[in-house]
Design a protein around this ligand. Sequence first.
Ligand code: 13P
Length: 255
Amino acid sequence: MSRKYLIAGNWKMNLTPSESEELASGVAKAVGKDASVEVVVSPTFTALDRVSKIIEDSTVKLGAQNMSPKASGAYTGEISAAMLRDVFTKYVILGHSERREYFGETDVLVNEKVLFALESQIKPILCIGETLEDREADKTLEVVKTQLLGGLESVEESQLVDVVIAYEPVWAIGTGKTATPEMAQEVHASIRSLLSEKYSASAAEKVQILYGGSMKPANAEDLLAQADIDGGLIGGAALDAASFGALVEAAKKAP
Ligand code: 13P
């Protein structure tokens, strides 16, 4: 497979800047200069600068958890792409289900952010995924399709290689319930096939599609063995350097 595995930690609203430094240094120590797997950590905004300095001599890259679709101006409380880039942020998680659910983010807004991130040379990690209600109503593929195509509106084929998709079934986030590898693979394969239809098979083949939702060392191997699962977006298990390091190791060994 030509795609590299990507293991990305989403620290959510956890850890003070000092605690973040400590975790980042544990992760940097575990990963070192190994570049066989791409590794990203995404602390809160106030910890970005300090974490950036901690990981600068490692291959670990910096991610943010959100970004404004506007360049600058009177948008109280927002963080711009230029501010993120200034502290060497390479990735930004966009459209996470928690932002959709608690902050009313729509596909239209997420799309604006995706476009602006690409324009700003920050790679968007576009999160999509169904709720339990959607799954029980047999609407998983329909919901995923709407969020995927909505989030990628006006994204050019040449930009697709810089987009990461994260499939996160909402019912599996922070619940300890994981999609079975087969369930996840079915959705991942359908995401790749939608990308292939919208763009081209060769462009779709290059896109990293991550799984997120209670991924941990115990279930990572089976998930990462699936043909269209190219890594993970990790919440809880990313808050511990040893378990996050174990996930990176699992990705190194994955086929
Ligand atoms: P958990 O790994 O805690 O389930 O969180 C997943 C997630 O939401 C990552 O973005």
